[in-house]
Design a protein around this ligand. Structure first.
Ligand SMILES: [Zn+2]
Length: 710
């Protein structure tokens, strides 16, 4: 049985629309049978938005029947008559759900939003129907208790262990009346999470900055202005529109010279979901936090975070909090120093004001230019999007792992700008399909992510069909798509997730690929970012899109030095958000939150991350990860994974860097292993020791590296 939702997927959606309704389900539905396309790729040329609901409904019913047959089996429980059919159950449901999750996040429509609104609570109930099935649990538990006498291979043993703990985690040991309570709580939680997502999507749209006065946008390039006009046109508004990104800070701040425009846009961002209208999320998050604490208590945990972290690599909130607290002093000290540098620039220009959050990126960009003379517009022509993909991202994967890529134009896609590649293994055998959907669209959630249309499993005979989504600005017709170095890094990041999915080599769907604890899931992706600036890779893709000339050496040097620039700010905004997440999720049951803004302020102060000029990367009221995307009590995981990826990259550096031998060993011991072994153990076996923060603080430039005096 696969996991209900991809571990790294973000989901999108908005308020319920009218219309639709369930239809009869039969062979004319494209989900009725497994797709006949190569790799069982989704038949996007046949799938209509109205096909999902009947297929999901039929799929859930079918899975319940399959699970019931296992639970009611009169034969004594064995691994073969319990775990194997369990892993094979729900195939119609999952093949529909994976595609449904993909399109609701990346290519939504009113119909899809409606279906999501209707189905979300049913997905939660589906999970409950399985993990609260007493007869099934009894079989699982009987086999679990015999584990030492059974002759199972290590992956099968791991499967039993993970299932048993998941049952207990989901409440299988509860009394019947508490199980009923839990079901009700889960349904309410799911509805609240979905409602948060819908409100936030609408709130974000409404908070876009719209103006007819071009002068307020001084500093933006002609291309950016054109894009702003196109955005306005698409939204049926007059003039120029600057849509909000999902983070607190907005990319446009680096170029806007008009301070009051920056302040207005910042205000729009900061208060987007706190306007006292129908899309205000504050009451929703307070209820979510309080209800989560109650659910944790019912399951026997002191708080939600303790329950969530039980199966993570960190294991306890205390371990995660200690890790974050360790990072705070170095990060805030560096941010304070950076703020002083910026204030000095403001004073030198006789600005006559005190640095505020909406000034930070604008002046930081000037400090960057003064220190490194690096202008994004200078570097962008060297980062044409498809070239970065084929000669950078793919090249690094080829050098490390020996895999090759071929573009396929006969696989249907849901948007004409998408591309599909087939991936071949070292011996030329078919390995996977890889889709990319890189351009920003109105019906796409913000950010970038990876997920799967089809997961790998030897038991099911399936190969991975994975995709990457991003929100890179789409150029005007006939213009090349030019990326910033940050975008380039994002592309390498998401492809790291893709590799984790494509190299999966597990027997069981439950343990395959990226279905790993969330404090491990970002490790392969963040690790893959390192190759973006690795000289042999960088030189291979960083070529001018018109002339093919390599990037001049001094520009390369500037990019390298500027990578450590502004890290105090970046780590502080990240650790502030992570601490905030953990503060919301370590409240005990029964504690009343009261005013969420006051709660947020106190939490930031308590954790020593309340810097006036450095707001958290996400504010509570628009923190999609923790309220709706299953990253609750898990935002620390990004930095935890970073500790792993820097520590791992250090190993590569110590062993000769970008070599096939290093890549093959990493693929064999980490990337192909999914969740088939306890993750701490998996890492230790590969690394030879536990990870530590030393390499991360050095990589971020937060501690001085020993070296020649400046
Ligand atoms: Zn990621």
């Amino acid at each position: 049985m696969a996991m209900l939702a991809g571990a790294v997927a973000l989901e999108g959606g908005s308020a319920a629309a009218q219309g639709g309704g369930s239809q009869a389900f039969g062979p004319s539905n494209p989900f009725y049978a497994a797709s006949t396309l190569p790799y069982h790729a989704p038949a996007f040329d046949k799938i209509k938005d109205t096909d999902y609901e009947p297929a999901l409904e039929a799929g859930m019913a079918e899975q319940l029947k399959e699970v019931d047959a296992i639970a009611e089996n009169p034969a004594p429980p064995t691994f073969e008559n319990t775990f194997i059919p369990l892993e094979k159950s729900g195939q119609l449901f999952y093949r529909t759900l994976y595609v449904f999750n993909a399109v609701t996040s990346a290519n939504s429509s009113p119909e899809l939003e409606r279906v999501q609104e209707v189905e979300a609570p049913k997905f939660a109930a589906q999970d409950d129907a399985i993990y609260l099935n007493e007869k099934l649990f009894k079989r699982v538990s009987t086999i679990y208790k015999q584990l030492d006498t059974l002759k199972l291979d290590p992956e099968s043993r791991r499967l039993v262990d993970v299932y048993y703990k998941k049952f207990v985690h989901e409440g299988a040991n509860l009394s019947p009346e508490n199980k009923t309570k839990l079901k009700k709580m889960n349904e309410e939680l799911s509805t609240l999470e979905n409602s948060f997502r819908s409100k936030l999507l609408a709130a974000g749209k409404n908070a876009a900055y719209v103006t007819k006065d071009k002068s307020t946008l001084a500093g933006m390039t002609e291309a950016e202005l054109k894009a702003a006009q196109a955005d306005a046109k698409a939204a049926k508004a007059e003039g120029y529109m600057i849509p909000l990104q999902n983070t607190t800070q907005q990319p446009v701040f680096t170029s806007l010279t008009n301070r009051s425009t920056r302040e207005t846009i910042f205000h729009n961002s900061w208060t987007r979901a706190e306007r006292g209208d129908a899309n205000d999320t504050r009451a929703t998050i307070v209820r979510l936090a309080e209800l989560r604490a109650e659910k944790a208590k019912l399951l026997g945990f002191p708080n939600w975070a303790a329950w969530k972290l039980e199966d993570q690599m960190a294991k306890t909130p205390e371990a995660a909090i200690k890790f974050m607290d360790d990072v705070v002093p170095a990060a805030t000290a560096r941010a304070t120093a950076e703020g002083k540098d910026i204030q000095a620039v403001i004073d030198k220009q006789n600005g006559g004001f005190k640095l505020r959050p909406w000034d930070w990126d604008f002046y930081a960009e000037q400090v960057r230019k003064a220190k490194y003379d690096l202008n994004e517009d200078q570097v962008k022509p060297y980062f044409e999007m498809w070239n970065v993909l084929e000669n950078g991202v793919f090249y690094a994967a080829n050098q490390l792992y020996g895999i090759t890529f071929k573009r396929r134009t006969n696989i249907p896609v849901y948007d004409p700008d998408m591309r599909v590649y087939e991936v071949f293994d070292t011996d030329g055998k078919h390995l996977a399909l890889f889709y990319c959907d890189y351009f920003k669209r109105d019906n796409k959630s913000g950010g970038a992510w990876m997920d799967e249309f089809v997961g790998q499993s030897k038991l099911l005979g399936t190969s991975p069909v994975v995709f990457n989504v991003a929100n890179f600005p789409k150029p005007a017709a006939g213009e090349p798509a030019l990326l910033t170095f940050t975008d380039v890094t994002t592309m390498f990041h998401e492809f790291g997730h893709a590799l984790h999915g494509m190299f999966a080599n597990a027997e069981y769907p439950l343990l395959s690929g990226t279905d790993v604890p969330r404090d491990f899931v970002e490790f392969p992706s963040q690790f893959n970012e390192h190759w973006a600036s690795y000289p042999a890779v960088f030189e291979h893709f960083a070529k001018h899109y018109k002339t093919g000339a390599p990037m001049p050496a001094e520009l390369v040097e500037k990019i390298k030095r500027s990578e450590k620039f502004n890290q105090g700010y970046m780590v502080t905004e990240l650790v502030a958000a992570a601490e905030l997440d953990m503060q919301w999720h370590t409240i005990p049951a029964g504690q009343k939150i009261g005013d969420p803004d006051a709660f947020e302020k106190a939490a930031l102060e308590r954790k020593h991350v309340a810097m006036e000029t450095v707001p958290p990367r996400y504010r509570s009221s628009y923190f999609l990860h923790i309220w709706s995307n299953d990253y609750s009590a898990g935002y620390y995981a990004y930095m935890w994974s970073e500790m792993l990826d820097d520590d791992a990259y250090q190993w590569f550096e110590e062993h000769g860097g970008l070599t096939r031998a290093n890549g093959d060993r990493f693929r064999k011991m980490i990337l192909s292993r999914g969740n088939t072994e306890e993750l701490g153990q998996l890492y230790r076996e590969w690394r030879g020791k536990d990870p530590s923060t030393g390499a991360m603080l050095k990589q971020r430039g937060l501690v001085e590296e020993p070296g020649p005096a400046k």
